[in-house]
Design a protein around this ligand. Structure first.
Ligand SMILES: [Zn+2]
Length: 352
């Protein structure tokens, strides 16, 4: 049954860009609340509910974010949850990124979010000049605590994913092609950067194009998942029998207002950020750049492709589901009092 909660009691705002991202987050709610009237002129559509002890308002980014701030003055934290493309990282021991993995824009010592297209041409090449602000202190602490918990207890976010599928069985049926949110039956193949998707090919499924161009990657030897989700249907076992489930990585999110779908440019940006900022880009996306202005936002992204010409939709539902599961796992670790004590999210949303 829907509960009534007053506007001021919503302290956490989750922002999504795409409807499929919104569905993923919405499905993580423990309870749903009645709709509330919003500020006059606010054209956003919202969902209301709770995750653990937090009252959460969920909004789409496609409309004007500024309105959300006017309608919900109590919001302290912003979480941006959705999809992103991965970089090429075939041989790195750490951050061996696979489709469905989660990237959390929270890392010490280097920028959490970077606008890789904002900068200046110099005689030495393009100089990136924009770093976006870090997540708020309280979120950084919670992220760090959750990291420790995952080391000790294993990937507890899988429990959130499992619970979501149990509660929403319609999202866990692979035969319904557009509606499923479990791990797709499409192989996760990373293709060589110089192998461009043939223009005359209709769809893109890397393994059919040429196995010769697949970048070799070994098993990941991840920790055992929690016992109660070990047989969950959304986890696909790899052929070599090592359990492979979505992993979480903490690092730099590269954001810009245009789509990254060129492997050569992807690799060039990766190298440039590495050289200029000593940071490892863990994903490319398009939303954080417009929204992370202040110190009140955390970017959480599920990897759905490798930012190249082979980009396709196959993993676009599962990826935000894993990101949403992480976001929920994180919120469950943050005491509501800590949120209440935090400064108001004046800068969650860009004024523009
Ligand atoms: Zn292709």
């Amino acid at each position: 049954m829907a509960a009534s909660v007053s506007i001021d009691e919503y302290k956490v705002g989750v922002i999504c860009a795409l409807p499929l991202e919104r569905t993923a987050v919405d499905s993580m709610f423990d309870n749903y609340h009645d709709l509330l009237p919003t500020a006059s002129g606010d054209v956003n559509t919202y969902s209301f509910g709770s995750i653990g002890k937090h009252n959460v308002v969920l909004a789409s980014l496609c409309e004007r974010g500024r309105d959300m701030r006017r309608s919900f003055p109590g919001v302290k934290f912003g979480l941006m949850v959705g999809i992103a493309g991965g970089p090429l990282r075939p041989t790195t021991k750490h951050h061996d990124l696979r489709l469905g993995d989660v990237v959390v824009g929270c890392v010490n010592g280097v920028p959490s979010v970077i606008n890789y297209r904002l900068g200046k041409e110099t005689s030495m090449g393009f100089d990136i000049r924009s770093e976006l602000a870090e997540p708020p202190e309280a979120i950084q602490r919670a992220v760090s605590a959750l990291k420790t918990q995952h080391q000790r207890e294993g990937p507890t976010y899988l429990k959130r994913l499992d619970a979501m599928f149990r509660k929403n069985p319609r999202l866990n049926r692979p035969q319904i092609s557009v509606d499923y949110y479990n791990q797709p039956q499409v192989p996760d193949y990373l293709l060589e950067a110089d192998f461009v998707h043939p223009q005359d090919a209709a769809g893109c499924e890397g393994y059919r194009e040429s196995v010769d161009h697949v970048v070799a990657r070994g098993p990941r030897f991840l920790r055992d998942p929690p016992a109660d989700v070990g047989t969950a249907k959304f986890i696909k076992r790899r052929e070599d029998s090592f359990t492979d489930y979505p992993n979480v990585h903490y690092g730099t999110v590269a954001s810009a207002d245009t789509l990254m779908k060129d492997a050569t440019e992807r690799d060039a940006v990766y190298q440039r950020v590495k050289r200029q900022r000593k940071a490892d880009v863990l994903c490319f996306e398009m939303e954080a750049v417009g929204i992370v202005k202040g110190r009140q936002c955390l970017v959480v992204r599920g990897i759905c492709d490798y930012s190249d010409s082979h980009k396709n939709d196959a993993w676009q539902n599962f990826a935000p589901a894993t990101a949403a599961a992480y976001a929920k796992d994180l919120l469950l670790r943050i005491p509501p009092e800590m949120v209440s004590k935090s400064p108001r999210a004046n800068d969650v949303i860009d004024e523009g």
